[in-house]
Design a protein around this ligand. Structure first.
Ligand code: TYD
Length: 208
């Protein structure tokens, strides 16, 4: 594939959106063509599945949840990620496969084998060149997030224990996929966090 595929991962409230906006500005300023997208979502079908996944009025069985994320991902890969990579763009996704491994594999206790199996298509055809994991303790990030707003999101509203499970998951994944996943410990200064992310991506050769 001509382009580069970058994903950004982490627990709720770690400042992913702020960092994505800063990265977008940096790439625009430096004349690098990038396409920003998110999961679950990115295509009409995946956005419809997203509504189901985040709907608080639904109780979704963990295996079904994992398969819905994986299904939305297939649509995202085929209709958005691959076509943009083929055009030589840098594709940056807010969450991707590691969220499934951390949230469904670890926090929901489905195990990595199950989640890897339902995501076989992603593993076979479209793995990120580089993943940034914003490493912030959910004890802090989740409480901060909760303090900021009342959420209507089914997953965001899970208990702290669940988010701790996600964090352990991401930490383990960073060990398993150490060539792909870069851990960035955020600074209290968002500009410094941005600098660390840009430096890491440059070192990986996925941006200039
Ligand atoms: P979103 O509002 O996009 O969360 P955030 O702003 O924190 O990225 O909601 C997506 C939610 O779905 C979030 O709680 C993480 C979760 N998720 C999974 O559980 N598995 C997945 O594979 C993906 C992509 C997301």
């Amino acid at each position: 594939m001509k382009g580069k595929f970058i994903t950004l991962e982490g627990c709720e409230g770690v400042g992913k959106s702020t960092q994505l906006n800063m990265l977008k500005e940096y790439l625009e300023k430096t004349g690098q063509e990038a396409f920003f997208t998110r999961e679950p979502g990115g295509t009409p079908v995946a956005e419809a599945i997203r509504k189901i996944l985040l709907d608080q009025s639904l109780t979704i069985e963990p295996k079904v949840e994992a398969m819905l994320f994986a299904t939305a991902r297939i649509s995202h890969i085929d209709e958005v990620i691959i076509p943009n990579l083929e055009q030589g763009k840098i594709v940056i996704s807010d969450r991707y496969i590691d969220s499934s491994l951390a949230y469904q594999g670890f926090a929901r206790n489905l195990g990595l084998d199950f989640v890897q199996t339902v995501n076989k298509y992603a593993f076979d055809v479209c793995m990120p060149d580089c993943t940034i994991f914003i490493d912030m303790d959910p004890e802090f990030s989740w409480r901060r997030q909760k303090g900021n707003k009342i959420s209507n999101d089914r997953l965001e509203n899970e208990k702290l224990e669940f988010h701790k499970g996600c964090y352990i998951g991401f930490t383990e994944l960073a060990k398993v996929f150490k060539d792909r996943i870069i851990k960035i410990v955020p600074d209290i200064d968002k500009n410094e966090t941005h600098r660390r992310i840009v430096e890491a991506l440059k070192n990986k050769g996925v941006i200039k």
